[in-house]
Design a protein around this ligand. Sequence first.
Ligand code: IMP
Length: 200
Amino acid sequence: MIKIVLATNNAHKVSEFRSCLAQKGMEAEIITIKETGFEGEIIENADSFAGNAYIKAKALCDYTGLIAVADDSGLAVDALGGAPGVYSARYSGENATDESNIEKLLRELKGIEPKDRTARFVCAICVCRPDGETLYVSGESEGIIIDNLRGEGRFGYDPVFFYPPMNKTFAEMSSAEKNSVSHRGRAIEKLLQSKEFFEK
Ligand code: IMP
């Protein structure tokens, strides 16, 4: 079985990756940063999702000698000129939480009509192979930012990201539903179309 390092310690991302791979029938042993013993600091200072994904994947590939996969993702809101974008995780400051980020987002969007609250989640995935080859894929999902939080599950901005085709927020979806339409699910789908990249 192929062994892949997933360059994240975010439990939500790990479980979304594992369930996407299982849904698509790709057998792989997935280990996370913690399990590699890597203790260095990774500074994600690129100005694009793809650039940050590369920084993470390259660091873990170099450290382990294994194929490393990293994703970088975030929310781009049209009325805010694409913000929070690459700053999605720390939108409300250094000690940001999902709650404080959502609070700031809703404050910034106060008074803006529903039709002007269009937004998209973006996910860039980079895979680094020990022989120096890299692969990039990305996925997007379009929705609307609503004012009241809906749903229990998921993470980040999920409770305010309303996805019209399913009439649900991402937080109201089962994980299979979310994976089938989410930015990360779509990017992973493309990744799996390049299975041979993992097998070389
Ligand atoms: P990063 O990809 O680890 O840098 O994190 C990006 C940030 O974007 C997360 O901390 C979340 O706030 C947000 N984000 C990314 N993907 C999702 C998602 O699927 N649902 C909700 N928020 C997300």
